[in-house]
Design a protein around this ligand. Structure first.
Ligand code: NAD
Length: 357
């Protein structure tokens, strides 16, 4: 049966990098994979086309799709818009409307790019961490929220950090399942020494862990986790944490690898329907210049094949093709190194296609 893939390029370099990933999807189609690709606007492009960052037609398309490939959203021209019309609202809307509660953020250091990391090669060589971040709960969504004026006339901002047992239970299960398929080590990151929410989080993770005897479960306070990530990141296999902690730690982990242009991500619902996207933004500083690295988006297609389309062999093929392109010394400017050949977005997409063919 045909799988419906919604293609949402978004804004800035999103358009350029998604075009390269679509080449890969078209190639898979020509090899017999039954895919139906449909493109729609989101973010600033959604605002331009339909007056809101998540147009009704785009929402209907993604709800009907089996998987979604997203580029990136945002740009300086949209920053003055009211908050509810800003591109980022389109992204938050997609996550909450589709119930994409599990964000998978791998931080992998390709051996060919070991010099790109700001840490010593021996600290990061062979790095392969999976951060599982809760994505639809916690302080980014908690109510009440707002800015109010106190009796003395001073304004104060407030947000609510709240997690129910069922929310922690389901994200823990995703993390334990992934740990089972990897190194069987899971570190749950919280702030249980200060926050009641974290106390409940830890209790719930421990309870779920009783069903996963093969996984070695540990706990770490988020401040220590931030230190350990830069001190000795290879101690981690899978990490699971709440929305805000995961937001910050996964970006720190990403930088250990040297380039955000290399890292894909997945956001999954309870039935493994997923939205796949590079971790970076729309990079307005290089948009339209043909220099953006499309590999994170192409690797997002590999994640889609692995986690939503049940095609692990094809996912391996794409990962291997990217590895061979790096072996040949082909580099976009963000990962350029001495002795390598600098190429642009389209050439990088073509190089991966050549390896796949
Ligand atoms: P960014 O990730 O867009 O860019 C940060 C830096 O990394 C820039 O110097 C950029 O040129 C570079 N970079 C990013 N992706 C690259 C790639 N594929 N190849 C080469 N270089 C790359 O972050 P930012 O500048 O903070 O944000 C720009 C816009 O993107 C903002 O509007 C922000 O809100 C938005 N944003 C969107 C998402 C998303 O759509 N998921 C995520 C983060 C930021």
């Amino acid at each position: 049966m045909s799988k419906k893939i919604a293609i949402l390029p978004g804004d800035g370099i999103g358009v350029e990098i998604v075009a390269e990933a679509v080449k890969v999807l078209e190639h898979l189609k020509s090899e017999g994979l039954d895919l139906e690709l449909t493109e729609a606007p989101v973010g600033g492009a959604g605002y331009d086309a339909a007056g809101k960052p998540l147009p009704d037609e785009t929402l209907a398309l993604v709800k009907d799709a089996d998987s979604i490939l997203l580029g990136a959203v945002g740009g300086p021209q949209y920053e003055a818009l009211p908050r509810e019309l800003r591109p980022e609202r389109g992204l938050l809307g997609l996550r909450s409307e589709l119930g994409l509660f599990a964000n998978l953020r791998p931080a992998i250091l390709y051996p060919q790019l070991a010099d790109a990391s700001s840490l010593k090669p021996e600290v990061v060589a062979g790095l392969d961490i999976m951060i599982v971040r809760e994505l639809t709960g916690g302080i980014y969504f908690g109510e009440p929220r707002g800015i109010r004026t106190k009796e003395n006339g001073e304004r104060e901002g407030y947000n609510t950090l709240v997690y129910s047992e069922s929310e922690v239970d389901r994200i823990s299960r995703v993390a334990f399942d992934i740990a089972m398929k990897r190194g069987k080590k899971l570190c749950s990151v919280d702030k249980a020494n200060v926050l009641e929410v974290s106390e409940l989080w830890r209790e719930t993770v421990v309870k779920v862990g009783e069903e996963y005897n093969d996984v070695e479960l540990s706990h770490m306070y988020v401040d220590n986790a931030a230190m350990q990530l830069v001190k000795w990141p290879k101690q981690f296999d899978v990490m699971v944490t709440k929305n805000m902690f995961g937001d910050i730690l996964s970006d720190a982990a990403a930088m250990l690898t040297g380039s955000i242009g290399m890292l894909p991500s997945a956001s999954l619902d309870a039935n493994s329907k997923g939205m796949y996207e590079p971790i970076h933004g729309s990079a307005p500083d290089i948009a339209g210049k043909g220099v953006a690295n499309p590999l994170a988006t192409i690797l997002s297609v590999a994640m889609m094949l692995r986690y939503s389309l049940d095609q692990p062999a094809l996912a391996d093929k794409i990962d291997a093709a990217v590895g061979r392109v790096l072996d040949k010394g082909l580099r976009t400017p963000d990962i350029m190194a001495a002795g390598c050949k600098q190429i642009g977005t389209v050439e990088m997409g073509d190089a991966v296609m050549a390896e796949l063919a």
